[in-house]
Design a binder for this molecule. Sequence first.
Ligand code: LLP
Length: 435
Amino acid sequence: MSEKFVSENLCVNEKGHLTVGDVDTVELAEQYGTPLYVMDENVIRNNLRRFHESMQKYYNGRGLVCYASKAFSCLEMCRIVKDEGDGLDVVSIGEIYTALKAGFPMERVVFHGNNKSAEELEFAVESKVGNIIVDNISELNKLEKICAEKGVVQSIMLRIKPGIDAHTHSFIRTGQIDSKFGFALETGEALEAVEESIKCGNINLSGLHCHIGSQIFDIEPFEEAGRVMLKFIAEIKSKFSYEIKILNLGGGFGIKYLNSHNPEPFEVYIQRVSAVVSEECEKLNISQPEIYIEPGRSIAAPAGITLYTVGARKEIPDIRTYISIDGSMADSPRYILYQSEYEAIVANKADEERSERVTIAGKCCESGDLIGENMPLQHAESGDIIAVCATGAYNYSMSSNYNRLQKPAVVFVKDGKSRVVVKRETLDDIIRNDV
Ligand code: LLP
């Protein structure tokens, strides 16, 4: 019996094997080894296009989709985003460097972070990053000094906390006043930052930014954030006769990790938020800003699966069955961090029913190192291949070398073909910086 999988790009072939991008996942495991991250290039491109085209349709194309590269970054990912004509959200010198080395057009880059170092700011200015998203006053002062010394004018946006409490995991919620990110509206801090920025001779205040959190299913908090930000833009216009040209609404759109999850299609989000922006601008008598958005998870997560080989099976009567895999929290850290739930499939038995509930355990020396508990799964035995679905975001990018484990390779698949885009780490990679 073939089942409906959480990621629409997954199918079952005549051998009963799971396929991704028309490639047999069992063959991928044989060819490249496990653990293995696999990304479907068509899904990445299609997701980017859906945002991009909705922006064309509902906001006359007056916007930029800046893929949040923290979700998944490597040279090839930056090349794809470049190729699709989109922008990039980066959050460290390492992400800037990756974009530069991929030949990314730096004017389409926005640079985030709540504690950027002087080195990072200088590097960003020298790299001609389009906009630096300034988080706090000391950063503004540091940046003004760097730009004055270099004799350049740098465009910035200010990161604002719009005071919206999105209902998501507390670790990934960012829009409320008690957050380490950005300037608060309620306290007058944001308005002061605007005034300061306008006064800076080597800074061009081009926009305002907000990001209310991640894995958010409701559209209302995004609409509300838009309203709050536009009201602030109107206040800036009346107080300082200054026009804010860009409104960056961040990322955070929820995706389907389980069949019970029902996110709105991206198109609906863009349509509704665009409508709010148009209406509010008219009401407030301000010109419509350009809209930037920063989707990360929604672009990368649905494109990815992670493949593992099953080792031991341990049945503890009346308690649970552990299925141990050759990966761990080092390549899949989201369960131990956020108790995130995933769908798993025995890739070589993908046409069979999920007949049991198991705990999938990693190989790290740590009891909490699990991929999930109480997961419905086909009967899994040693040597089987397990695919965990929708792992394309915040897995490879948050992977570590805990227990001195080597990071897995990343393979892209497209139209029946596969290629390595990040090589598997070697044992020598593990000791490369040891002296
Ligand atoms: N823009 C800003 C300023 C952000 O801080 C983030 C994510 C994004 C955009 C992209 O958000 P997305 O569309 O991916 O939800 N490690 C956590 C997620 C942390 C999100 C951090 N910021 C996880 O695995 O769930």
